[in-house]
Unconditional design. Structure first.
Length: 264
């Protein structure tokens, strides 16, 4: 594989994840130091002539400026892309980022939390039994991209204004609310979580914000999601909250079918 050929193949790189310059540099060092070895890992081109695997190796060959021997597979099934391990494990953030997701890390964590909420509402989500497959996260994103992006934009904005807010748990919460036909109300709740604008004494959102502002314990996405749902329900019903209390994790709370009173 010559540097010129590698450059040509890289022009067919339309779907791969963001390039890691550190990984490219490390591979290039192996080449220039004579430590590069021919292994089963190489380059894959699918039947649509799109680069499926090997972008870091190809960039390293270009950077080193030295031809090397490398395995290359052609005519690969395009659907193989989701399960290819390209040197390091492809994360859920990588997978949905390749689908065009903005804020892919937080969005992927948010989708994962939502799927865990759907599948394991009566369990604490720790251990291998509660892992959500990357393929499931990517599939859900592709089928619900508009809602995920709306949730992501709202929650990242809230986080930018109020750093104690957990944006990933917020995304999970908005997806749960959207499933209950309360997307607009959930986005309004997230906006107030971020700005705190016009909140009255004992408003549930104000109580929640005050707790987050003074909390120094790192808590799980599951607990933040449960808290979002609990205080959203109380805000929707117009209740006052004088004393903040974290909810129980099991079973996870559900969105109440109620509507926010007009004074808020």
């Amino acid at each position: 594989m010559t540097p010129e050929w590698a450059s040509q193949l890289l022009r067919q790189n339309t779907r791969n994840r963001q390039l890691s310059k550190q990984r490219v540099a490390a591979c290039a060092d192996l080449i220039t130091s004579g430590k590069w070895k021919l292994t089963h890992q190489g380059v894959a081109i699918d039947s649509n002539n799109v680069l499926q695997d090997g972008q870091h190796r190809l960039h390293a060959i270009v950077k080193a400026g030295v031809p090397v021997q490398i395995m290359m597979s052609t005519g690969c099934d395009p659907s193989n892309f989701d399960v290819i391990d390209s040197g390091r494990k492809r994360t859920a953030a990588d997978a949905i980022g390749l689908c065009g997701a903005k804020n892919s890390s937080k969005a992927a964590a948010g989708v994962k939390g939502f799927l865990q909420y759907q599948r394991f509402p009566n369990n604490v989500w720790t251990g291998l039994s509660y892992i959500i497959d990357t393929t499931d996260i990517r599939r859900f994103y592709k089928e619900n991209a508009d809602i995920v992006e709306a949730a992501s934009a709202s929650c990242v904005s809230a986080y930018s204004s109020f750093r104690q807010f957990n944006a990933s748990a917020g995304i999970s919460f908005v997806l749960v609310a959207a499933q209950s036909q309360q997307l607009d109300q959930a986005l309004a709740f997230i906006d107030l979580m971020g700005t705190g604008a016009g909140l009255k004494k004992h408003d549930p959102i104000l109580s929640y914000r005050n707790f987050l502002a003074n909390d120094r314990v790192k808590r799980s996405l599951q607990l933040y999601l449960a808290t979002n749902i609990k205080f959203f329900n109380r805000w929707q019903s117009g209740e006052s909250v004088k004393h903040f209390r974290l909810p129980e994790l099991t079973p996870m709370p559900i969105i109440s079918v109620s509507y926010h009173c007009s004074e808020y």
